[in-house]
Design a protein around this ligand. Structure first.
Ligand SMILES: Cc1cc2nc3c(=O)[nH]c(=O)nc-3n(C[C@H](O)[C@H](O)[C@H](O)COP(=O)(O)O)c2cc1C
Length: 148
């Protein structure tokens, strides 16, 4: 499988999740920060995974820009999404990045692999809660199996 994992990250936590997901996918896997990728890179992949920190309930501006530039569905490409987020109860009011990424993709006609997942940080700057990298690895494995 050829997989491309596109992420944004301010404090490094989403990057760690992206890497943990990438590490369990068998095949040619590229884990790239959003600024290093163009939508042209999508053409030759089987699986695209997009991950963003949650900022004010949304993906980061860079991820939003990437989504804006995404083409409509490419029949050979499966897509899955995740975010990182805080566990505090009040943040639920704003929503989270991953469902919004999924909505943006669906509005372009993409069908998004389930589950759309969120991984928890202990505070704004992290670190990730205990066990989240293991949960990310299990999620990545399940998504890769589904997509192959
Ligand atoms: C400007 C800003 C806004 C944030 N807003 C939210 C939010 O609405 N909900 C939430 O769960 N976390 C929020 N957070 C915390 C982020 O989820 C957390 O910083 C992120 O998961 C860490 O990922 P990173 O290390 O890859 O940047 C916010 C963080 C920043 C810096």
């Amino acid at each position: 499988m050829k997989a491309l994992i596109v992420y944004d990250s301010v404090h490094g936590n989403t990057q760690k999740v992206a890497q943990a997901v990438g590490d369990v996918i068998v095949g040619e896997v590229n884990v790239r920060r959003v600024g290093e990728v163009t939508t042209g890179d999508l053409k030759s992949v089987d699986l695209l995974i997009i991950g963003s920190p949650t900022h004010g309930g949304k993906p980061t501006p860079a991820i939003r820009g990437f989504l804006d530039g995404m083409p409509g569905p490419v029949s050979t490409v499966r897509v899955a999404v995740f975010d990182t987020r805080m566990a505090a109860g009040w943040v639920k009011v704003f929503g989270f990045a991953a469902p919004r990424i999924a909505t943006a993709l669906r509005s372009k006609g993409w069908s998004v692999e389930a589950p759309v997942e969120g991984f928890f940080v202990k505070g704004r700057g992290g670190p990730l809660k205990d066990g989240e990298l293991q949960r990310a690895a299990a999620w990545g494995q399940a998504i890769a199996e589904q997509a192959s």
